[in-house]
Ligand binder design. Structure first.
Ligand code: SF4
Length: 346
């Protein structure tokens, strides 16, 4: 049976109208599901009994999955939550504290099919897409772990959001709906390895979320070795679709660049990235790599990172370095592997 929380409010409205009832009941139902966090039909109040009974015959309301395991970083307080859903599929979420903000990093899939060579999630392969309610469950658990306040949401956990876009979009619409959590779309970011149809779908939608693109390296030959999706969506096409997104939405993009020692941290690589970044409205985020069990990559040194940063800045590129967070609990970038990599006990 389908869970009613896998639908948006306009879809609920449509369902309720099709049952011959007043569309206004959709808002009351939405309030119960997302403000009151109803965990069963018995907890849905304020609807005609007959309507509730008919909905309950066709749709379930299962309680949100709750983390099976929680780890807290002794270094910086980063929290990693491991979810095990009813069919055994797993996913991880992270609560990050940085710059005075609390950020929930959510997963969109259990595992990932993209197979980026530096990423622990990629080594798992794809188990399955997460349903909207499973994404919402991560948000609620992060909110509880934070506790009480989250300032931003990033889809940078396990999975490629644009390969599960219908469910991710539904989750975003439900999170940001004024009858529910009313989380501002402007504080939600989706990060992609470069799925061109996904970028185009976002450009064509009316969502006001932010877009981040994992460039990894501006050299297309080198990128093909690190990011298998390069074969399907070459960086030149990814950047062309990002430019289109910027023009249509009047927004900039974030270019994510993980620095690997001796691979993509050279001055020549910095100049190549600067040349690319000059072609579109963007901010470059330099990300420190954290070695995962079984991965052959090493993080760039502080010296090469500084040099890389200065070359970009010297070329007029807006650039930030993302501080390392949660490395001791394998919660950092590229380390999420649903407990498969070595995590210290809490
Ligand atoms: Fe998937 Fe992202 Fe990891 Fe690549 S970096 S394998 S897209 S989760």
């Amino acid at each position: 049976m389908q869970d009613i929380r896998d639908h948006t409010r306009p879809e609920l409205r449509h369902i309720i109208i099709s049952l011959g009832e007043k569309p206004a009941h959709a808002t009351r139902l939405f309030n119960c599901l997302y403000r009151d966090n109803a965990a069963s039909w018995a907890q849905v109040t304020g609807l005609p009994q007959n309507l509730r009974a008919r909905l309950a015959r066709e749709y379930s309301i299962a309680p949100y999955a709750w983390p099976a395991h929680t780890l807290v970083s002794r270094l910086d307080g980063t929290v990693k939550l491991l979810f095990r859903f009813e069919d055994g599929a797993t996913a991880e979420s992270v609560v990050l504290y940085g710059g005075g903000r609390r950020t929930a990093c959510l997963s969109s899939q259990s595992g990932c099919a993209c197979g980026c060579s530096f990423c622990a999630t990629g080594a798992l392969g794809l188990k399955r897409n997460l349903a909207p309610r499973e994404i919402l469950a991560q948000f609620e658990a992060c909110l509880s772990a934070a506790p009480g306040r989250l300032d931003s949401i990033v889809f940078m956990g396990m999975g490629e959001p644009f390969l599960n876009w219908p469910n991710v979009k539904t989750a975003i619409l439900n999170l940001s709906d004024s009858a529910g959590r009313y989380f501002p779309q402007s504080r939600i970011s989706v990060s992609t390895v470069g799925i061109v149809p996904g970028i185009t779908a976002l450009a064509e939608s009316d969502l006001k979320i932010n877009l981040a693109i994992s460039v990894i390296t501006a050299d297309e030959t080198q990128r093909a070795e690190l990011v298998p999706m390069q074969a399907e969506y070459p960086l030149s096409e990814v950047i062309a679709s990002a430019k289109d997104y910027c023009a249509r939405r009047n927004k900039k993009v974030f270019l994510e660049y993980i620095l690997f020692a001796g691979i993509n941290d050279t001055p020549a690589c910095a100049l190549e990235l600067a040349a690319l970044a000059k072609t579109l409205p963007c901010t470059v985020n330099l990300i420190r790599y954290n070695s995962s069990a079984g991965r052959q990559f090493c993080p760039a040194t502080p010296e090469s990172t500084k040099r890389f940063h200065e070359i970009l800045r010297g070329n007029g590129i807006r650039v930030y370095e993302r501080a390392e967070q949660g490395a001791d609990i394998n919660a950092a970038c590229g380390q999420l592997a649903a407990g498969k990599n070595a995590s210290p006990k809490p």
